[in-house]
Ligand binder design. Structure first.
Ligand code: TMP
Length: 209
């Protein structure tokens, strides 16, 4: 189901170090130049309550956090962001650019931690109010290479094993194969400018620019 609102939801997905945040900034700049109202958000986070949940989720001290608690906290952060910002923005006709969305929970908690995918989809439907991204970019990078690009202290999720991060990548690849219409895979072997041009082509098509 596509969103029924005037606005559009574009999400950016990928493993650690895939460069998606850079691409969001570039796309936001591109849309500003074209006088298209847009908004950049990140998950988990984007609003005060969800940023507080983000701290809990990424804090390396929280080694005891269970897989189920982790799944529900990501969902709780998303529910708040959807209700407080995403739905009102889409109603106004804004183009919402979101750094991660429900696909992240499917791959990190589902494929990565083994949480039941059907359960994630069911709760996901509840927290997103059935909103699906109109377009999703999956920036695909080798897990080891992506992790090596992180040049700050690693958070609780980034610290996980290479085996875990490989499962995350494989999860993304499976999702992308199943949703070719929505999810566009971009292999991160080109420079950021070339990738930006590819992103813009898809966005132009979506927005009829
Ligand atoms: P970020 O580093 O892209 O800001 O994302 C924060 C971390 O949270 C990243 O390691 C991916 C992870 N994550 C999940 O495990 N599940 C989710 O649902 C989301 C949104 C992020």
């Amino acid at each position: 189901m596509k969103t029924v609102y005037k606005g559009r939801l574009i999400t950016f997905e990928g493993s650690e170090g895939s460069g998606k945040s850079t691409q969001i900034e570039k796309l936001a700049h591109y849309l500003r130049q074209r006088k298209k109202p847009s908004l950049c958000l990140r998950e988990p986070g984007g609003v005060v309550i969800s940023e507080k949940i983000r701290e809990l989720l990424l804090d390396v001290q929280n080694t005891a956090m269970s897989d189920r608690c982790e799944t529900l906290l990501y969902m709780a952060a998303r529910a708040q962001l959807v209700d407080e910002i995403i739905v009102p923005a889409l109603k106004k006709g804004t183009i919402v650019l979101c750094d991660r969305f429900l696909d992240s929970t499917l791959v990190y908690q589902g494929y990565g931690n083994g949480v039941d995918l059907a359960f994630i989809k069911k709760i996901g439907d509840f927290v997103t109010r059935g909103i699906k991204p109109d377009l999703t970019f999956f920036f695909d990078i080798d897990a080891r290479e992506g992790l090596a690009r992180i040049n700050r202290a690693k958070d609780r999720i980034e610290r996980r094993s290479l085996h875990y991060h490989n499962k995350v990548r494989e999860g993304y690849r499976q999702l992308a194969r199943r949703s070719r219409g929505r999810i566009k895979t971009i292999v991160v072997n080109q420079n950021p400018e070339e990738i930006h041009r590819v992103v813009c082509r898809y966005v132009d098509r979506l927005l009829g620019l």
